[in-house]
Design a protein around this ligand. Structure first.
Ligand code: FAD
Length: 392
C-alpha cells in the first residue's frame, strides 16, 4: 500500500495552489460581496487544463486521473468554494456525460470547448417540486419530426446563465416513471430557452444558481444524449462521480478554514498569551485537522476506486460525500469560534467559508440520501467492511 502522490499529481496540486493563492485569493472577499462570477479566473484555470481533467487529450482534455482531479478541486475550494463548484459541474456533469454517452458528432462539437474551458457546463435535473425524488420531474420532451419540444422549469442550475451547454433531463414518456426520462444537450441559443431568475443564496454568492424555463424549446434529435428512457440512469451515474468532487470541495473549504484558524490563533492575544496557548483552542484545532485527514482519506479512496475501474463506486462516493459534508460544517463552526467576533464579520474569510460550507450536505444528494445509498449497499451484503475496506 502506497499513500504517496505521484510527481504528476504533486505538480497539479502545487500549480493550482500557486494559481489560487496568487490570482484568486486577493479578490475573493470583494467578489463575494459584489456576487461577481469568477469568469476571468475560470478562463485562466481552464487554460491550465482544469475544466476537462478527466477528458482524454485526444478530445482536448488533460487525461488526468481522478486523484489529480480531486486534488485540483480541493486546492480551488481551499480559496474559493464557488469556483470549485463551477469546475466540478463542468468536469463531472458537463464533459463526462458527452464523453461516455455522446455520439462522435456530439463529442466533436462539445468536448474540446468544454475541456479547454471556453464554455462551461450545467446540469438541469432539479425542479421546483422535485429534488431528491428525481423521478418526479415533470419537464416534458415531445417529439415533433426531427426535433423535441421541451416544456418545464429547472431550478438551482449551477452555472445557469453562464454555461454554453446544459444537460437537461425531461420526460419523453410521462407514464413510464423513472424509465421515461431522457437526457438532452441544450444550447442557450435554442429557441424557447430562457434564464427566468437567479437564486438569492446564503453562500457560494459568486456562483450563479438559475431557474431555467423551457417553453416549446426546440432541441434537434441529434442533441439527444443516449437513448430515450436512459436519462435517469445517466443522471444517477454522473452523480456518483460528481459526489467525489463535492466531497473534495468540502475538504478544501475545511483545509482553508483550518489554515486561517491556526494563523489567527498564533497571533491573537488574550490574558497575556496568544490564544493558541489555551488548551481549549488547541483541542479544537487538533479535532479539525484529524477530521479533515479522515475525510481526505475517504475522498482519495473513492477517487482511487474510480481509477481502478471498480464497479459500484456509488457507495464509496456517498460515504466520502456524507462524511466530508458533515465534517466541513463542524470544522467551519470551530473556525468561526476561534476567530471570536472577527469570525462573525465579513472582514474574515471564515465567515464566508461558514456560509459556503452549509450547502454541501444538501446538493448532489442530501446527507439523508447518501445514507440511503450507503445502507442499501451495506444491506445488500456487498461491503460489510473488511480490512481492505471492502475493495474486493
Ligand atoms: C447551491 C445549490 C446548487 C445546486 N445545483 C444544482 C444543479 O446544478 N443542478 C441540479 O439539478 N440541482 C442542483 N441543486 C439542487 C439540489 O441537488 C437539491 O436541492 C437536492 O437534491 C435536494 O432537493 P430539494 O432541495 O428539493 O430537497 P427535498 O428533496 O425536498 O428534501 C427536503 C428534505 O427531506 C429529506 N428527504 C427527502 N427524501 C427523503 C427520504 N426518502 N428519506 C429521508 N429524507 C428525505 C432531504 O434529505 C431533506 O432534508 C442545487 C442546490 C443548491 C442549494
Amino acid at each position: 500500500m502506497d499513500f504517496s502522490l505521484t510527481d504528476d499529481q504533486r505538480l497539479i496540486r502545487d500549480t493550482v495552489r500557486r494559481f489560487m493563492d496568487g490570482e484568486v485569493r486577493p479578490t475573493i472577499r470583494a467578489r463575494d460581496r459584489e456576487e461577481k462570477f469568477a469568469l476571468d479566473e475560470l478562463r485562466k484555470i481552464g487554460e491550465l487544463g482544469c475544466c476537462g481533467m478527466l477528458i482524454p487529450e485526444s478530445w482536448g482534455g488533460s487525461g488526468a486521473d481522478t486523484i489529480s482531479y480531486v486534488l485540483m478541486l480541493e486546492e480551488v475550494a481551499r480559496v474559493d468554494a464557488a469556483m470549485a463548484v463551477a469546475l466540478s459541474v463542468t468536469n463531472s456533469l458537463g464533459a463526462l456525460p458527452v464523453l461516455k454517452y455522446g455520439s462522435e458528432t456530439q463529442k466533436r462539437k462539445y468536448l474540446p470547448p468544454l475541456a479547454r474551458g471556453e464554455i462551461l457546463g450545467a446540469f438541469c435535473l432539479t425542479e421546483p417540486q422535485a429534488g431528491s425524488d428525481s423521478a418526479a420531474i415533470t419537464t416534458s420532451a415531445a417529439r415533433d419530426g426531427n426535433t423535441y419540444r421541451l416544456n418545464g422549469t429547472k431550478s438551482w442550475v449551477t452555472n445557469g446563465g453562464q454555461a454554453g451547454l446544459y444537460l437537461v433531463f425531461a420526460k419523453t414518456d410521462p407514464t413510464a416513471g423513472a424509465r421515461g426520462v431522457t437526457a438532452f444537450l441544450v444550447e442557450p441559443s435554442f429557441p424557447g430557452f430562457r434564464v427566468a431568475r437567479y437564486e438569492d443564496k446564503m453562500g457560494l454568492r459568486t456562483s450563479r444558481s438559475a431557474e431555467i424555463a423551457f417553453t416549446d424549446c426546440e432541441v434537434p434529435e441529434g442533441n439527444r444524449l443516449g437513448e430515450e428512457g436512459q436519462g435517469l440512469k445517466i443522471a444517477l451515474e454522473l452523480l456518483d462521480g460528481g459526489r467525489v468532487g463535492i466531497a473534495a470541495q468540502a475538504v478544501g473549504i475545511a483545509q482553508g478554514a483550518l489554515e486561517a484558524s491556526v494563523a489567527y490563533a498564533k497571533q491573537r492575544r488574550a490574558f497575556g498569551k496568544t490564544i493558541s496557548d489555551f488548551q481549549a483552542i488547541q483541542w479544537m484545532l487538533a479535532d479539525m485537522q484529524t477530521e479533515i485527514e479522515a475525510a481526505r482519506g475517504l475522498v482519495h479512496n473513492a477517487a482511487w476506486m474510480r481509477d481502478t475501474g471498480a464497479q459500484r463506486i456509488g457507495a464509496y462516493a456517498s460515504r466520502a460525500k456524507l462524511y466530508a459534508g458533515e465534517m466541513v460544517n463542524r470544522v467551519v463552526y470551530k473556525a468561526v469560534q476561534i476567530h471570536g467576533s472577527l469570525g462573525y464579520s465579513r472582514e474574515s474569510d471564515v465567515e464566508r467559508m461558514y456560509r459556503d460550507a452549509r450547502v454541501i450536505t444538501i446538493y448532489e444528494g442530501t446527507s439523508e440520501i447518501q445514507r440511503m445509498i450507503i445502507a442499501k449497499d451495506l444491506l445488500s451484503g456487498h461491503s460489510v467492511g473488511a480490512v481492505d475496506g471492502g475493495r474486493a
